[in-house]
Design a binder for this molecule. Structure first.
Ligand code: NAD
Ligand code: UD1
Length: 333
C-alpha cells in the first residue's frame, strides 16, 4: 500500500516508516519539522536501502494535503502529526487545539475530498484517565485526561467515531500507545527531545551519558510495590510493527476500533533505572522528589485485543528497550 505518514519524520513515525518499507509498503513522509529533522529521511534510507518520499508541510494546509494524496495515489493514512508536550499544552491550550484538533479535521477533509477512507491514529493510554481497574481493556469507559494534550487525543477519537457512524465505509483504528521507549537497533533513529526531557527514559539516558546529574524520581509514596510510578513501557519497534498490523486490518475492515499497544507488564521507575544501569554498565544516581502534578500511580494494559484483532504481540522486554536507547544516546551525544 501507499501510505501517507503525517508526522513521519518524528520518533514513532520514522520507526514505522522503516517497518512499513521492510513489509513491502511504500510510505510518504509528511512533516512540518516542528519537532524533528529532515536528516531522519537519510537515516531511514541507510537502514532500508531506499529513500522514502518526503514532503515538508503542515497538516493544517488542506490544498497541500490534497495534492500529496492525489499525486502519490495514497491508499491509507497513518496520522502521527501532533504536539505532545503535556506541560506546554497546559500553558498554550489553543496551540494544541489548533494543531492537533483543527489539523486532524483538515486532514480528514482532505482525505474525504480524495476518497481515501482508511486512517490509523496515534492515540494514547491517557484517554483512560485515572484507571479504575488494571489491566486497562478497550471496553472500559474512557476517563478525563488531566491536561489539554490528553483531551485532544480523546476528542480526536470521538471525532473519528462520529465520522465512522456517518460514513460506514470509513475505517479508523485508534492505537492507544502505552509508554513507547527505545530505538532502532542500528542506533540511527530514536528519540532525541529538545531541552530537558519530560519523559523518564530520555532523562535517564542523559544521566547515563553525563549530560544530566541525577534522575529525579517523582514520588515514592504511591500504592505500588516500591512506591514509585508503574507504567507499561513498550519498545518503539514493537509499536511500529503494530501499525503495520493495523494497516493490514484496516484494508479489510470498515468502522471504528480502539486498540491498546503495550506489553501488558508494568515496570516501576526504580526498576527502569536498574534496567538502564544494566544496559549502560554503570550506577545511575537518583533522588526522590515530590510527586509530579497530574501523574497517576500505575497503568498497564491488556494487549489481548491487539493479539486477537491484529495478530500482534510485543516481542521485546525492558532490557532490549534500555540497550537500544543507550546505543542511540551514545551515537547522538
Ligand atoms: P514526535 O514529536 O517525535 O513526532 C510528531 C511529528 O509530528 C514531529 O515530527 C512533528 O514535527 C510533526 N508535526 C507536529 N505538528 C505538525 C503539523 N501541524 N503538521 C505536520 N507535522 C506536524 O512525537 P512521537 O513520539 O513520534 O509521537 C507521534 C504521535 O504519537 C503523536 O501524535 C503523539 O501525541 C502520539 N503519542 C506519543 C506517545 C509517546 O510517548 N511518544 C505516547 C502516546 C501517543
Ligand atoms: C506522559 C504523559 C502522557 C504521554 C506520555 C508519553 C503525563 C501526565 N502524561 O506519560 O500523556 O502520552 O508521557 O509522552 O505527563 N518520572 C520520573 N522522573 C522523570 C520523569 C518521569 O520519576 O524525570 C516518572 C513519572 O512520575 C511516571 C514514570 O516516570 O511514573 C513515567 O513518566 P513519563 O515517561 O513522563 O510518562 P507518563 O507520565 O506515563
Amino acid at each position: 500500500m501507499k501510505v501517507l505518514l503525517t508526522g513521519g519524520t518524528g520518533y514513532i513515525g520514522s520507526h514505522t516508516a522503516v517497518c512499513l518499507m521492510q513489509s513491502g509498503h511504500e510510505p510518504v513522509l509528511f512533516d512540518n519539522l516542528s519537532n524533528s529533522k529532515k536528516d531522519v529521511v537519510q537515516a531511514i534510507a541507510r537502514i532500508t536501502g531506499k529513500e522514502p518520499a518526503f514532503v515538508e508541510g503542515d497538516i493544517r494546509s488542506k490544498t497541500l494535503l490534497e495534492d500529496v494524496l492525489r499525486r502519490h495515489e495514497i491508499d491509507a493514512v497513518i496520522h502521527f502529526a501532533g504536539l505532545k508536550a503535556v506541560g506546554e499544552s497546559c500553558e498554550k491550550p489553543l496551540l494544541y487545539y489548533d494543531n492537533n484538533i483543527a489539523g486532524t479535521v483538515c486532514l480528514l477533509e482532505a482525505m474525504k475530498a480524495c476518497a481515501v477512507g482508511k486512517l490509523i491514529f496515534s492515540s494514547s493510554s491517557t484517554v483512560y484517565g485515572t484507571p479504575s481497574a488494571l489491566p486497562l481493556t478497550e471496553d472500559m469507559p474512557t476517563g478525563t485526561p488531566t491536561n489539554p494534550y490528553g483531551r485532544t487525543k480523546l476528542m480526536i477519537e470521538e471525532i473519528l467515531q462520529d465520522l465512522c457512524r456517518a460514513d460506514p465505509g470509513f475505517s479508523a483504528v485508534c492505537l492507544r500507545y502505552f509508554n513507547p521507549i527505545g530505538a532502532h537497533e542500528s542506533g540511527l533513529i530514536g528519540e532525541d527531545p529538545n531541552g530537558i526531557p519530560n519523559n523518564l527514559l530520555p532523562y535517564v539516558a542523559r544521566v547515563a551519558s553525563g549530560k544530566l546529574e541525577y534522575v529525579r524520581v517523582f514520588g515514592n509514596d504511591y500504592p505500588t510495590p516500591d512506591g514509585t510510578g508503574v507504567r507499561d513501557y513498550i519498545h518503539v519497534v514493537d509499536l511500529a510493527r503494530g501499525h503495520v498490523a493495523a494497516l493490514d486490518y484496516a484494508q479489510t475492515h470498515a468502522g471504528w476500533e480502539a486498540v491498546n499497544l503495550g506489553t501488558g507488564r508494568g515496570t516501576s521507575v526504580l526498576e527502569m533505572i536498574a534496567a538502564f544501569e544494566k544496559a549502560c554498565g554503570k550506577k545511575l544516581p537518583y533522588r526522590i522528589l515530590p510527586r509530579r502534578a497530574g501523574d497517576i500511580a500505575a497503568n498497564w494494559c491488556s494487549p489481548e485485543k491487539a493479539h486477537r484483532l491484529l495478530g500482534w504481540k510485543a516481542q521485546y522486554g525492558v532490557e532490549e528497550m534500555c540497550a537500544s536507547s543507550w546505543k542511540f544516546e551514545q551515537l547522538h551525544s
